[in-house]
Design a protein around this ligand. Structure first.
Ligand code: HAM
Length: 416
């Protein structure tokens, strides 16, 4: 878990702004769900046999005896909200987006945190493959807008309840005959959910996986045509994708389309997927709602930041204050406090150091900030209702009436 401040905040802010702009364009509404949910939401939604549920959840029991979990992902909570808020009564599709912290008890390594931030987009109530393509386009746009350039989309279809059971049988018989060569986790996965083996990162399992039967060869008619259309839309949008027949994703709720987006470089690959998502048509019903299709994606903010830094992506410099307000004595300090508020109302940025009493220290700070003007309000000026304006470049100073300060400075800054 890590603190996010200083430079890091600027990256987070930039990513948030890009997301917000894109969400507004495609008409997604923002949603924030609680950080704690009932554990069962995730064990049912994500699936008991997944690593997330089996190994990575921060779970606790409350004094009242409830089993709660720090949310490890955003889709199940948003589905819970969709059901609880009766959003199936709204005009469909319902389009929601979110940006917040998530928690997974991972082995610490590059690109993996135990508290990390995700931005996610979800669409409910639309079965059409055009939605799958649009979600991919949205994430591609977000990453491009952030100026990541070498993006690649990996995509696959994992079928549905019609065609996947038969494929699972094929997988079981394929892996059973090679069971001795699989890692201990995969031997367990073979009994619980053979699809999960395809997600194993162990090298010895990878070798076996690379020869395994592929879902794509066993899709039913409707999954096949759905997937074909998704790919045709992606072609139409000229989005760069690779078919990855072994991509299954780490969560059980997917049907049909699954995809991940990477930055195409050895370092980018090592970091893991920047974004991942897919279609989850049965999830809403599984969690107690009306039968409603769904499709979405989420991206890891820390991973995007790491890529931005590696690519040397910089930001425009923030506007620095051009005026410093220095004061001396109690009366002057009181006047200065009020004057600062007048500047704020006029939307003029002013730096100050009211906590310091020494004029020398304040002027040194003004110098360091490189402001264009320093205003000096001393005891004498406060009594007379005046203020000194010092032009830092010319070293010239003059005295003006205090009530004219804001208007006068506005004029001077404009004329520069
Ligand atoms: P996910 O693939 O588990 O999918 O996570 C999405 C993204 O979150 C990953 O691609 C990665 O960038 C980031 N991420 C995941 N775990 C970590 C971690 N420990 N540290 C840093 N970043 C991490 C989901 O969570 C699905 N809910 C996505 C989705 C939305 N599917 C449909 N709608």
């Amino acid at each position: 878990m890590h603190d996010i401040f200083s430079e890091e905040q600027k990256y987070f802010q930039k990513i948030y702004e890009v997301c917000e702009d894109i969400a507004n364009f495609y008409q997604f509404q923002k949603i924030e769900t609680p950080i704690l949910e009932e554990t069962e939401l995730f064990s049912r939604g994500i699936g008991i046999s997944t690593d997330i549920v089996g190994k990575q959840m921060f779970s606790l029991r409350t004094k009242g005896g409830d089993y709660l979990t720090l949310r490890p992902e955003g889709t199940a909570p948003v589905v819970r909200a969709f059901i609880e808020q009766g959003m199936h009564n709204l005009p469909q599709p319902v389009k929601l987006w979110y940006f917040g912290p998530y928690f997974r008890y991972e082995r610490p390594q590059a690109g993996r945190y135990r508290q990390f931030w995700q931005l996610g987009f979800e669409v409910f109530g639309e079965e059409s493959p055009v939605v799958d393509a649009q979600i991919i386009q949205i994430f591609y746009n977000i990453l491009r807008e952030i100026r990541l350039k070498k993006l690649i989309i990996e995509i696959n279809s994992i079928g549905d309840s019609q065609c996947r059971p038969y494929y699972k049988k094929l997988l079981v018989s394929y892996f059973r005959s090679r069971e001795g060569a699989l890692c201990a986790d995969c031997r367990r996965r073979l009994r619980e959910n053979p699809l999960r083996i395809l997600d194993c990162k162990e090298e010895k399992c990878q070798r076996i996986i690379s020869q395994a039967p592929q879902m794509i060869d066993h899709l039913c008619e409707s999954c096949h045509s759905h997937f074909k259309e998704v790919l045709e839309f992606l072609d139409g949008l000229e989005l760069p994708y690779h078919l990855n027949p072994y991509l299954v994703r780490g969560l059980d709720y997917y049907t049909k389309t699954v995809f991940e987006i990477y930055e195409e470089s050895p370092e980018g690959r090592a970091l893991g997927a920047l974004a991942g998502g897919g279609r989850y048509d049965p999830l809403i019903k599984l969690l107690g709602g009306k039968d409603t299709p769904g499709c979405g994606c989420a991206a890891g903010v820390e991973r995007i930041v790491a890529e931005m830094k590696r690519e040397g992506i910089k930001f425009k410099k923030e506007k620095e204050p051009e005026i410093f307000l220095a004061q001396l004595g109690n009366l002057a300090k009181r006047r200065s406090l009020r004057l600062l508020e007048d500047f704020r109302a006029a939307k003029i940025q002013v730096a100050e150091s009211f906590g310091r009493d020494s004029l020398k220290a304040q002027l040194a700070k003004a110098d360091k900030l490189g402001v264009k003007y320093t205003l000096i309000l001393g005891q004498q000026e406060a009594l007379e209702g005046t203020i000194i304006v010092k032009d830092m470049a010319l070293g010239r100073q003059e005295t003006i009436k205090i009530e004219k300060t804001v208007r006068e400075m506005e004029k001077r800054l404009k004329s520069r």
